[in-house]
Design a protein around this ligand. Structure first.
Ligand code: WQD
Length: 341
């Protein structure tokens, strides 16, 4: 049986992708995670939602020798899906070197490992933050990249270039780069979702925690040049993101790719303001959210949302979930957490 390696498989998007891989493909699935922003409990929640086992390895991808040693016995590896990276915009502003060291070294080590094992298919987790403050919206995959507004976004810009040059010098490797917009929500079963190890920086978990009085939402800025003065993002359900990885894997393994490196926006195509996210949450939860408005957050892009037609056309991918679905699933998951789930 062929093997797919998922790095960061205990993380938010990684664990949701494990579920889709285990339930919708026949690959032997191997997950690598060092639990720097996740916990082994994430695997326990995945096991409740799938009907077959998967292998796990506790590896820090920045430790090249440990990666090679622990995975030395793996053969017949069909592909790698690389999620493992630090991904907080504000944390990256606070500690740039940590982000450059972790996100770049882990990618380099994984590519070297892929060469040694002659792994032919590589899917890279990138981000809409590579666009910076784009001149035109929605952004397409051909939109020129502006200066990254955060070290996080810059590590993704650098990662994409590393993959391009690596594939150019190793034509046996084919890659798909997936630029996620803002993944939010939780598995529709309510049995797993985003569970940050530390206090979250991103909007959705802060909203659901605030609704239970466990956090305090401050909206960062209401004076932006947008339709209501609040930052605009393209929020997309995490299961839609996970599904795109299955489709990208089939795209590569069925040799439908026309180039050695293919690039896709994973967004709904809808730009939504912070206020509109709050209003959606209040509608689906029936909870009135208490929040304040504070100063702008450094590193924030004013507005970004996707033209997602290329992923639809070439991957056959189309987002299925609405903003209300995202907020309701996030709320259901928060209530599960409260019940000790
Ligand atoms: C969203 C909006 C904040 C918290 C993301 C992540 C990651 C990446 C895309 C893939 C912004 C506002 C937030 C709060 C707020 N995708 N906000 N108060 O910054 O777009 O970063 O980039 O890798 O999903 O890195 O996501 O959720 O932090 O912020 O007002 O307490 O919510 O200002 O406008 P962001 P976010």
């Amino acid at each position: 049986m062929k093997t797919i390696i998922v790095t960061g498989g205990a993380g938010y998007i990684g664990s949701h992708t494990l579920i889709e891989l285990l339930n919708n493909t026949d690959y032997n699935i191997v997950s690598i995670d060092n639990f720097s922003n996740s916990s082994v409990a994430s695997y326990d929640r995945v096991k409740k939602l799938v009907s077959r086992p998967f292998q796990t390895f506790n590896i820090d991808l920045c430790n090249e020798n440990d990666l090679r040693l622990q995975l030395s016995g793996l053969t017949n590896i069909e592909g790698v899906i690389h999620f493992a990276a630090f991904k907080s915009v504000p944390d990256s502003v606070a500690d740039p070197v940590l982000y450059y060291f972790n996100n770049i070294n882990s990618l380099n080590n994984l590519l070297k490992f892929s060469k040694e094992k002659q792994i032919r298919n590589f899917i890279f987790s990138s981000s809409c933050s590579v666009y910076g403050n784009a001149d035109e919206l929605p952004v397409t995959e051909d939109t020129p990249l502006k200066k990254a507004e955060s070290p996080y976004g810059h590590t993704k810009q650098i990662g994409e270039e590393i993959i391009r040059f690596f594939c150019a010098s190793n034509p046996w490797l084919n890659a798909v780069i997936l630029r996620y917009f803002n993944p939010v929500g939780a598995h529709m079963s309510g049995l797993t979702g985003e569970l940050p190890v530390t206090k979250p920086n991103n909007l959705a978990p802060i909203i659901t925690q605030t609704a239970l009085g466990k956090n305090t939402l401050t909206v960062f800025g209401s004076d932006y040049n947008t339709r209501d003065g609040y930052c605009v993002r393209d929020y997309i359900h995490v299961t839609d993101i996970a599904d795109a990885h299955i489709k990208a894997l089939h795209y590569l393994t069925e040799h439908r790719n026309k180039k050695s490196v293919s690039l896709y926006n994973l967004g709904t195509g809808n730009g939504v303001s912070v206020l509109e996210v709050i209003q959606s949450f209040e509608k689906v939860s029936g909870k009135k959210l208490n929040y304040g408005v504070g100063p702008r957050r450094e590193g924030d892009v004013v507005a970004v949302y996707a033209n997602n037609s290329l992923a639809k056309e070439e991957l056959g991918w189309s987002p299925q979930y609405s903003l209300d679905d995202m907020m309701l699933s996030a709320w259901k998951w928060q209530l599960t957490i409260e019940k000790g789930g």
